[in-house]
Design a protein around this ligand. Structure first.
Ligand code: BG6
Length: 258
């Protein structure tokens, strides 16, 4: 209860957490679909939540890519690294995204904003299994994979399934399959339908959903009414200790089912 008071947890946040069966939700006002400022606000909320929750000392923070994450990065502040030595690492290898929203760039941007370190993971997608096997033995790749493995903090978003499939240039066959299976959400390269059933997985190097089980601090940031189905679907798999940071637009839609 003390933590709730410190964070100023409101009623709609409790209701959302109960509905999604996770421990913590933080909701900012507005709808990210309507205004980019909402994501700035979420970034500030993420910054203060990290400041409050993260222990002092050395911490490895694994981050995913996307436009949400890119926005958040701009709101992190160097105060986060007071008493902490943060190293940002991309949670996964390339997923065919534009450079500015790749996890590598987000890790660099968050490190810059917080005056911390970062490491990049240079692993392209669509590798043959032979290249994959030899690449993961490369010392520089191995080292970053080791850091990802020991991350204490993960910050990620949740994407709309078809938006993500198109953005990553997935084949029209795969997109038709995702439509046929009613995919609504994507996170960590896994696609889900509204009931939370896994409908497709992109094989990738790096953090997998199952790894979240041994990571103490998990932050999911996704907002806007258009993401409500995606958020609700993914949260069926999220560890209950996940902190969901979202907005009123997504929250109302999840709570009313509309
Ligand atoms: C991708 C991540 O880069 O961005 C996904 O790999 C994430 O896991 C997605 O769901 C979200 O993107 P956006 O642009 O909607 O924030």
């Amino acid at each position: 209860h003390l933590m709730n008071q410190l964070l100023g947890i409101k009623d709609d946040e409790k209701r959302l957490a109960a509905q999604l069966q996770i421990d913590h939700c933080l909701v900012v006002s507005g709808d990210a679909d309507q205004s980019g400022r909402v994501l700035d606000e979420l970034g500030k909320t993420l910054n203060s939540t990290l400041q409050l929750l993260l222990p002092p000392g050395r911490l490895t923070v694994a981050v995913m890519g996307g436009t949400t994450m890119a926005h958040l990065a701009r709101q992190l502040t160097f105060q986060l690294s007071a008493g902490r030595e943060l190293t940002f690492v991309p949670a996964r290898g390339g997923l065919g995204e534009a450079v500015t929203i790749q996890a590598n760039s987000i890790a660099a941007a968050m490190a810059e904003a917080t005056d911390s370190n970062y490491r990049a993971l240079y692993v392209p997608e669509n590798l043959s299994s032979e290249s994959y096997e030899s690449l993961i033995k490369e010392p520089s790749v191995k080292e970053v994979l080791g850091l990802i493995d020991k991350a204490q903090v993960v910050i990620h978003s949740v994407g709309d399934a078809l938006v993500m499939a198109r953005r990553r240039g997935m084949s029209s066959d795969t997109i038709s399959m995702l439509k046929a299976k009613h995919a609504v959400a994507e996170a960590f390269g896994v696609f889900y339908d509204a009931s939370g059933k896994v409908v497709y997985k992109i094989p990738q190097i790096g953090l997998q959903l199952a790894d979240l089980d041994h990571i103490p601090y998990v932050f999911a940031v996704a907002a806007g009414k258009s993401k409500s189905k995606a958020i609700a679907a993914y949260m069926q798999h999220a560890p209950s200790r996940t902190w969901l940071l979202t907005d009123v637009g997504a929250t109302n839609s999840i709570l009313t089912g509309a």
